[in-house]
Design a protein around this ligand. Structure first.
Ligand SMILES: Cc1ncc(COP(=O)(O)O)c(C=O)c1O
Length: 382
């Protein structure tokens, strides 16, 4: 009998809730993807490049034109000059970038600190590298870093600290002061940072993203990861990138070339064309999603759910303790889907050990206006 290398991994809650939503004919506000398409010019560009014969392997590191676009964006948004040749790598999704960064850093017996609640791919990646995740809970209700707890979790075996801002599932942000504190905490240790910034452009109310790319002390020891899927409303394209100093990039690429070798060629051509022709897309994105957040939250104002508006991402976390305090959040997500026709994700699944009295579910508002209105109407009727 084969002994599983990941005995605790089963079907994810995202797959289960999407299946349940389909079975029940519920509006699916669970899994994080838009129910609308990316820009027409971007989609047309894929067809054009497929027909033009751009259908063979591209360079292992990613299409040069797309790496140049990423480097130009990093310079204009975060004020850092990075080399498209030695510091930018295009990957099949941010998930592959996370996996390769972990394999590059974690050796058997190493520890990686994750801040709970956290994205579900971190821990299996660490375990497959022979490491162990140390879970440090963010402090509620604002999902901020508890610096004492983080400092206490560091041991001589700590090799990596994961950051994720804007944060899935909470929508909370890390600010510049947080980055300064982290830099001070790890200054004299060989600890690296994997900064998952896939929602870097989904930040609201005029706030600027505090990227590790803009931090002179953290960047030299960081992998900074983003996702074209999130930024261009094309999650199914599974195309992302990682920016890291040359020595770290070289190690990541050794792994990436044997995990997947390269990303999908015509998609990279299309993204490079679109980024060059439509720089306004990135500037308009916060306003585009803020309007969706505000519509959804304004409508939910008439419900019994309690919430503070997400500062970033396309997720809104709500507290349902005024409605069904008797249900844990997994039961609540199922009840909402079956009985009220709106699918959500329980926040506890992002934890190793969620607080017992937590009553939070996550809705995705990357949806058409009509979907949000219908969902809010159902939620207000509860
Ligand atoms: C925090 C976080 N990181 C990474 C990813 C994965 O991005 P990709 O689809 O580009 O692999 C997601 C997708 O949901 C995410 O929410």
């Amino acid at each position: 009998m084969l002994t599983s290398k990941l005995p605790n991994v089963g079907t994810t809650i995202f797959t289960r809730m999407s299946q349940l939503a389909a079975e029940c004919g519920a509006l699916n506000l669970s899994q994080g993807f838009p129910d609308f398409d990316g820009p027409a010019a971007l989609r047309e560009a894929v067809g054009r490049h497929v027909m033009a014969g751009h259908n063979q392997y591209c360079p292992m590191t990613g299409l040069p034109a797309l790496r140049e676009q990423v480097a130009a964006k990093v310079a204009s948004f975060y004020g850092r000059t990075v080399s498209a040749d030695t510091e930018v790598t295009i990957t099949p999704g941010a998930t592959e970038a996370i996996f390769c960064a972990v394999q590059a850093l974690i050796r058997p017996g190493d520890e990686a600190i994750v801040l709970d609640p956290c994205y579900d791919s971190y821990e299996p990646s660490v375990e497959l590298a022979g490491g162990r995740c140390v879970h440090v809970a963010l402090s509620l209700p604002e999902f901020r870093i508890d610096w004492q707890r983080l400092a206490d979790a560091i041991t001589p075996r700590t090799r990596v600290i994961f950051l994720n801002s804007p944060h899935n599932p909470s929508g909370a942000l890390i600010d510049r002061e947080d980055l300064d504190r982290l830099a001070a905490l790890i200054r004299d240790r060989e600890i690296y940072v994997i900064s998952d910034e896939v929602y870097e452009h989904l930040i609201y109310d005029g706030v600027q993203h505090a990227s590790v790319l803009a931090h002179d002390e953290l960047y030299p020891r960081a992998f900074v990861i983003s996702s074209f899927g999130k930024t261009y409303h094309v999650t199914g394209w599974k195309t992302g990138y990682v920016v890291a100093p040359p020595a770290l990039t070289a190690e990541l690429r050794k792994i990436h070339q044997y995990v997947n070798f390269c990303g999908v060629t015509p998609l990279q051509y299309a993204l490079a064309d679109f980024m060059a022709a439509h720089p306004e897309h990135l500037r308009e994105l916060p306003g585009f999603y803020q309007a969706k957040r505000d519509l959804f939250c304004d409508l939910l104002g008439g419900s019994r759910f309690q919430f503070r508006r997400a500062a970033g991402t396309y997720f809104q976390v709500v507290d349902y303790s005024a409605i069904r305090p008797d249900l844990d959040d997994v039961a609540m997500a199922e009840w909402l889907t079956r009985e009220h026709g709106v699918a959500a994700i329980p926040v506890s699944v992002f934890y190793q050990q969620a607080p017992a009295d937590m009553r939070l579910v996550r809705f995705c508002f990357a949806k058409k206006e009509e979907t949000l209105r219908q969902a809010a109407e159902k939620l207000c009727a509860i």
